[in-house]
Design a protein around this ligand. Structure first.
Ligand code: GLV
Ligand code: MN
Ligand code: MN
Length: 453
């Protein structure tokens, strides 16, 4: 069943449509940051598409858009399907939106076939996976999972000095109520996210699809090295307290530590500012961001510790001071083993070899894993290029992803009905205690979520 429309092609075309103004803040490129007019415009377009697919649509208290397609029984717990609608600055069109469009298509295909499932489906567009406006990321999924601490994020400022609280208000949301977006585990069966791979593995192996095993741990840090501002022409080199060369040395230390690391340890300085910022002024301070990731939180943390020690040593040797502030920590997040097997089977049913692979990129699924079991489908992208306007996918691969997702949903329904029958036969009337965060207390499903996430 693939519906009455071109299921892969339309999803890709819709991502392309949202790749330009007014869905981008900047003419000639795609920049769609959290709580901007471009974000609002994209949610309006998604609302129309979700409604046309047969969903009731709402914006939640933290800026996610949620479309709901009821199951056989109204009010049943939901399988959530989706991804993020925000982008990095000058990003690609498919990182995030493709997973939402494929979710909408899946619902529309079910509606066209006159099908209702034993659970509801909710298609979700998170607004802040990238953290490209404020230092923290994944605010929307964290609000839904109930792990967002408003006190820790609402005072963060964007590059224009606007606080997150002010941005929520300007978007028509009450910053005091964002935790109302939290969902009960009993309302959510599972979360499925389809996403471009953002790496070269699938393409290198000639594979259209991959199934994610786990998402890497990450930390975001801000470093500030303090020196003394001075005149660039009159201060001799040996009498300066210049944080610029110190920052360069510290960044080389980060590179060295990560190159020597294991568990796919990576470190990135993506943003750097010299203050006050002028040709003819020795900076008084340099600030830069560090993004450090590894397959395990322990490896990531050891690297953060080593880099922080190096920064202090380098600053002290140069007569400077340095601070390293933690902006956000997300631990590694294994996908649910039972759901991953179902997704793998759905991929195999298409005649494709089921390839398992880890994700170095962060995804809302890693946050949703604190609420419910998760599964992730990767779609091949050209050259593995992402966070770049050159990001590209094929319609054929999108169509395969759509079919795999439909197959997954069918398998999940079968398992759901089977589990319901088994528990009915056992005359087991109530919630199953172990299901707390795994299948949802209202759900008869049991999944194999590792509990170390
Ligand atoms: C998002 O793409 C991230 O991995 O940070
Ligand atoms: Mn991204
Ligand atoms: Mn993404």
């Amino acid at each position: 069943m693939t519906g009455k429309f071109d299921i892969g092609g339309r999803a890709k075309a819709r991502c392309d449509l949202l790749g330009v103004s007014p869905y981008s803040e900047v003419e000639g490129q795609l920049t769609r940051r959290f709580l901007t007019p471009a974000h609002d415009a994209a949610l309006q377009a998604l609302t129309q598409w979700m409604t046309a697919a047969g969903m009731t649509v709402r914006r939640d208290a933290a800026g996610s858009l949620v479309g709901r397609y009821e199951g056989e029984t109204p009010g049943a717990p939901a399988l959530m399907i989706g991804s993020h609608i925000d982008s990095v600055r000058n990003g690609g069109r498919y990182d995030g939106p493709l997973g939402i469009m494929l979710g909408i298509d899946l619902v529309e295909a079910l509606r066209d076939a006159g099908r209702r499932l034993p659970f509801a489906i909710e298609v979700i567009a998170f607004g802040d996976e990238e953290g490209s406006r404020f230092a923290a990321s994944m605010s929307c999924s964290r609000a839904i999972a109930g792990t967002l601490d408003p006190a820790a994020v609402l005072d963060m400022r964007d590059a224009d000095g606007v606080t997150l609280a002010q941005a929520f208000s300007a978007f028509g949301l009450d910053p005091a109520s964002i935790t109302d977006a939290a969902r009960k585990p009993s309302d959510v069966i599972a979360f499925l996210e389809a996403h471009i791979e953002q790496g070269p593995v699938l393409e290198a192996e000639g594979l259209a699809l991959g199934v994610v095993t786990a998402i890497a741990a990450q930390k975001r840090l801000m470093v500030r090295i303090n020196g003394m501002a001075g005149h660039a022409g009159t201060t001799p080199m040996n009498l300066r307290k210049d944080p610029g060369p110190a920052a360069a040395e510290c960044i080389l230390a980060l590179e060295r530590i990560c190159q020597a690391g294991t568990d796919n340890l990576v470190g990135t300085v993506g943003r750097m500012t010299a203050l006050p910022g002028a040709f003819n002024v020795i900076p008084g301070a340099v600030e830069y961001s560090m993004d450090i990731r590894a397959e395990t939180s322990a490896t990531r943390d050891a690297a953060v510790e080593a880099v922080t020690a190096e920064i202090q040593t380098i600053a002290a040797r140069r007569g400077l001071t340095a601070t390293v502030g933690l902006m956000q920590a997300l631990d590694e997040s294994p996908c649910d083993t039972g759901l991953t097997t179902l997704l793998e089977e759905a991929v195999g049913d298409l005649g494709l070899p089921p390839r398992r692979l880890p994700s170095g990129a962060g995804h809302d699924a890693m946050v949703m894993a604190t609420l419910c079991p998760t599964a992730m489908l990767f779609i091949r992208c050209e050259g593995g290029i992402s966070h770049n306007p050159a990001e590209s996918v094929t319609e054929a691969d999108c169509a395969l992803a759509a079919r795999a997702m439909l197959g997954f949903v069918d398998k999940l329904s079968d398992q759901f009905l089977l589990s319901s029958r088994t528990s009915a036969q056992r005359e087991d009337p109530g919630p199953t205690p172990e299901l707390g965060a795994s299948g949802g207390p209202g759900s008869p499903l049991r999944f194999g979520r590792d509990d170390n996430s």
